[in-house]
Design a protein around this ligand. Structure first.
Ligand SMILES: [Zn+2]
Length: 459
């Protein structure tokens, strides 16, 4: 009895000591971090350094060993460089470090597609803070995109970038491609700040300024059609008279890095509102409906391709849009179906994009009378070549990119719809680099192209 009591007392004391030990470990940050520091190398060895144990783990999971996560032996600071600022509207998310030779390595962040291996990086827009006169070598990494389920580096499409001291007046700069899907740009700081961008940026604030200017115009009606994932309002700008015999629809900025479409749309708007005899003639023939910035959230946050729920807004047009995951497309689809119910379906739809090719992407979904559609778009191509600097031509019959707005609107609604890419590196027809000015002049001339298109094909 007495010995049982003593044993019970010993057990109780042991419990109190154990409890005190556990509590002090949790409560004492120094001890807690010390024990973490002891655990970490073990975890590091298992995950990062290879060896038989890791191979065993890798074999079970089916993934290759991860070998590139070692801490660097030393860190470096590029002379003259203070900071790379990505805090502003439309700046591209990235991280950076300096190499031993002072090269600034910029790691763009990918945005990802939902339920898909697709990912995209390639939007570039940041502000360098550095000593005036310093010469910097910028090296772009993380260009290993996945497009339509296939790996494909964007390095070979990254032939030029633009730089600007004030973020408004831009100068083109050729880049150098290096082995390993890397791209370099050399810059000399003209002052303490220098913007670098993929192409001349067109921000949401630029669109808001345009909308404010257009709103009072008697030939303009701006109609809200819905909201983006983050609740930003989407609008259709109507130019001209709704009773005009023909209607054309233009969408820009489904992919946020591709600002060229916004400049083209702005040029088209300017031309149609010029108030001269030609503008009156154009608007007696056709009415234009523009969705100027489909992926506003992505533009504000500096994304490359997808919306904030990981949807590609130029895909899945072969089926009804998901109002939760792609509210931007669901809003446009509702607007379109309402137009169709009112007998006001567009006769032509142009979906504006940027890439390294600049072609007109012909839609070829399996529909009856596809040849008639192809003939009409051949007329459009001929008129673009005649009245603008367009020389890039259309995609060959082997090219298919199903689910685009071009394919989907033609297949589901019978609307002549095309994807128009704008070359982001070079304008062959002008023998010059692309710029906002050139793209706006392209948009201005499209007013004539559309006029002659309707007069020729009379759809
Ligand atoms: Zn695009």
């Amino acid at each position: 009895m007495k010995s049982a009591l003593i044993l019970g007392l010993i057990a109780w004391l042991a419990g109190v000591v154990l409890l005190a030990e556990t509590t002090s470990q949790d409560a004492n940050p120094i001890r807690a971090s010390a024990s973490a520091a002891i655990r970490e190398p073990v975890l590091g060895r298992m995950q990062f350094t290879g060896g038989p144990r890791e191979e065993g783990l890798a074999g079970r999971s089916g993934s290759a060993p991860i070998m590139d996560r070692k801490l660097p032996d030393a860190v470096h600071q590029t002379p003259g460089l203070e900071f790379i600022d990505t805090s502003f509207e439309n700046a591209s998310p990235l991280w950076y470090e300096s190499a031993t030779d002072g090269t600034v390595r910029l790691f763009l962040l990918y945005d990802h597609e939902r339920s898909s291996p697709n990912r995209a990086a390639g939007h570039i827009h940041f502000l360098i803070h550095a000593a005036p006169g310093s010469k910097l070598t910028l090296e772009f990494l993380n260009l290993n995109n996945v497009w339509n389920g296939k790996p494909g580096s964007v390095a070979r499409e990254l032939k030029t970038l633009v730089i600007s001291e004030d973020g408004r007046n831009w100068k083109p700069m050729p880049t150098q491609a290096l082995l390993g899907n890397r791209v370099q740009l050399q810059v000399e700081m003209p002052g303490p700040r220098l913007f670098v961008a993929r192409i001349e940026p067109y921000r949401l604030s630029d669109l808001d300024r345009l909308l404010a200017k257009l709103r009072p115009h008697r030939l303009v009606r701006i109609t809200p059609i819905g909201h983006t994932v983050q609740g930003r309002p989407l609008e259709i700008i109507r130019l001209g008279h709704s009773r005009a015999p023909y209607r054309v629809f233009v969408r820009a900025r489904a992919h946020p890095w591709e600002s060229g479409g916004n400049w083209v749309a702005e040029g088209l708007i300017q031309r149609l509102l010029k108030g001269d005899a030609d503008a009156r003639r154009f608007l007696d023939c056709y009415c234009v409906y523009i969705l100027p910035m489909a992926n506003k959230d992505g533009v504000v946050r500096g994304l490359t391709r997808f919306n904030l729920q990981g949807k590609d807004l130029n895909r899945d047009w072969d089926q009804p849009a998901d109002p939760l995951l792609a509210p931007e497309n669901a809003a446009l689809e509702s607007w379109l179906e309402q137009m169709i119910r009112m007998g006001k379906a567009p006769h032509l739809a142009i979906e504006l994009h940027n890439d390294g090719g600049g072609q007109l992407h012909l839609s070829r979904p399996p529909i009856p009378k596809l040849n008639r559609h192809i003939e009409r778009i051949a007329v459009l191509e001929k008129l673009l070549r005649r009245h603008t600097w367009f020389t890039e031509g259309t995609t060959p019959p082997s090219f298919h990119n199903s689910g685009t707005l071009g394919d989907g609107w033609l297949e589901r609604y019978g609307i002549d719809a095309v994807v128009h890419e704008l070359n982001c590196n070079w304008i062959a027809g002008l023998n010059d680099y692309p710029s906002a000015r050139h793209w706006m002049s392209y948009g201005e001339k499209m007013a004539t192209v559309i006029f002659e298109y309707f007069n020729t094909v009379q759809p």
